[in-house]
Design a protein. Structure first.
Length: 88
């Protein structure tokens, strides 16, 4: 807000183009962040699906992979198959 309570409007056209450029850049970074978040969550399903195929908790591995993806992926591939034990 300006001194009289109105909005702050740039006085020079160069200032206006700078403000517009900053707004566009901010919108772009929010878009990149949202896309990154979607990719992060999608990749977190990988270890969870591997663990589920081996008879372990899907939700547990999904939550672990959200925080520690490399660790959960390694763990999912190295844990023993519980379904194999149930059949024997």
């Amino acid at each position: 807000m300006g001194r009289q309570g109105g909005p702050i409007v740039p006085e020079h056209p160069a200032q206006l183009s700078t403000v517009v450029a900053l707004v566009k850049e901010s919108i772009m970074w929010y878009g990149v962040g949202i896309i990154g978040l979607i990719i992060w969550i999608a990749i977190a399903f990988w270890p969870a699906r591997v663990a589920r195929r081996k008879g372990h908790s899907f939700v547990g591995y999904f939550l672990l992979s959200l925080l520690f993806f490399p660790l959960s992926l390694i763990m999912a591939y190295l844990v023993h198959d519980r379904r194999e034990l149930a059949v024997s």
